[in-house]
Write a protein that binds this ligand. Sequence first.
Ligand SMILES: [Zn+2]
Length: 129
Amino acid sequence: MLCQCYQKFYYILAFAHQPIYDGATESKLSIAITLLGTRTNWHTTEKSLDYFIKMLLDVAPTENCILKTLYEAKKVVSTLGLKVVKIDLCEVGCMLYYKDDIELNECKFYGHPSYLPSKVKTKHTKECK
Ligand SMILES: [Zn+2]
């Protein structure tokens, strides 16, 4: 017999796996993962993905369970205990800036800078030494 936490997990997983509308091959979970992957892989803004979601809603049947925002996609994934965590990567893919390496300013293997050099300082960039 499964313990209560496993039952809850499977219940949530089954809910997230429901087709987004009758006959659809995609689920709420698959759409959420695709959206979060798009945001990560192509640095897409949250606003542009919300616009894309609106386009999906406009062409989908009215009876659907498509996510309404990227925030909702994050919630679906997080209810399964999967956190959305941004992890910096060396510019050429040598290493992840994660756990003990999170504060490093350069790649520990080849010395690649962890931040792109910037001539214009903003609050989101760090000057490369
Ligand atoms: Zn590197």
